[in-house]
Ligand binder design. Structure first.
Ligand code: KIV
Length: 274
């Protein structure tokens, strides 16, 4: 039986909480997670929002892009994360082609993510072109997080992962898209890889929180891919990434020590057997 009463438990983060955090000028922390064990660590460490990103395609599955991700893949990752989380708000990406064809299909995909995986909301990439779709999902009572700037599902249209909206026309469009997303009822917007000055302007122009990745310090919150910030990946070194650990080296050392111990019959020792 649990000895923790309801009043001892930290309050759960909701979509309203993150909107209030913007109003109270408290920064929002967000990280990705794709599995039970990692999500439990991240939640217990006190993160505000966990994103089950379709970056699982790169990080977990070894694909070059997020394009191959399917609803079944995302439902699997999202349900693993949901089982681990007590406090954080859990948002899942809708994968490529699960929401672009029709608003009806987008609503069905969002509903599956909520009912089958148990997430608290969904994230979709794009601006005004998907406004009807976002309205339809929000009208059904499903919280939506927007995503503007570098939208990795469109990588074959962009052709590169370089910074977006450096030119005035694209920057103006992005600002308009952010306002449209707000009007459609999103509760927050991810801004990926855009100039800090533009991210600051967007942040001032909308009442919902912006969460930046490579978008500077004036966003209302920040998000990083967990495996990148933990230093599990040696090759990926964009300017915006701060590494908080070198788990690649820590894990390599541990595995090499284990191999040595097995070969030398140091492991298992006297106290490690029955
Ligand atoms: O899929 C993902 O991890 C994301 C973040 C980079 C925002 O969309």
């Amino acid at each position: 039986m649990s000895t923790q009463s309801a009043s001892d438990r930290p309050p759960k983060v909701t979509t309203q909480t993150v909107v209030e955090m913007k109003q109270q000028q408290e920064k929002i922390s967000m990280l990705t997670a794709y599995d039970y064990t990692m999500a439990k660590i991240v939640d217990q460490a006190g993160i505000d929002v966990i994103l089950v990103g379709d970056s699982a395609s790169n990080v977990m599955a070894g694909h070059e892009t997020t394009v191959p991700m399917t609803m079944d893949h995302m439902l699997y990752h999202a349900s693993c994360v949901v089982r681990a989380v007590d406090r954080a708000l859990v948002i899942a990406d809708l994968p490529f082609m699960s929401y672009q064809v029709t608003a009806k299909e987008a609503l069905i995909s969002s509903g599956r993510m909520m009912k089958e995986a148990g997430v608290h909301g969904v994230k979709l990439e794009g601006g005004a072109v998907i406004s009807d779709t976002i309205k339809r999902i929000v009208d059904a009572g499903i919280p939506v997080m927007g995503h503007l700037g570098l939208t990795p599902q469109s990588i074959y249209k962009f052709g590169t992962y370089k910074v977006r909206a450096k030119e005035e026309a694209e920057a103006d469009q992005l600002l308009m898209d952010a306002k449209t997303l707000e009007e459609c009822g999103v509760f927050s917007i991810v801004l990926e890889k855009i100039p800090s000055v533009l991210a600051a302007e967007v942040t001032r122009s909308v009442s919902v929180p912006t969460i930046g990745i490579g978008a500077g310090p004036e966003c209302d919150g920040q998000v990083l891919v967990l495996h990148d910030m933990l230093g599990l990946n040696k090759e990926f070194r964009p300017r915006f990434l701060r590494r908080y650990a070198d788990l690649h080296s820590t894990m390599t050392d541990a595995v090499q020590q284990y191999i040595k111990d097995v070969k030398s019959v140091d492991f298992p020792g006297k106290d490690e057997q029955y």
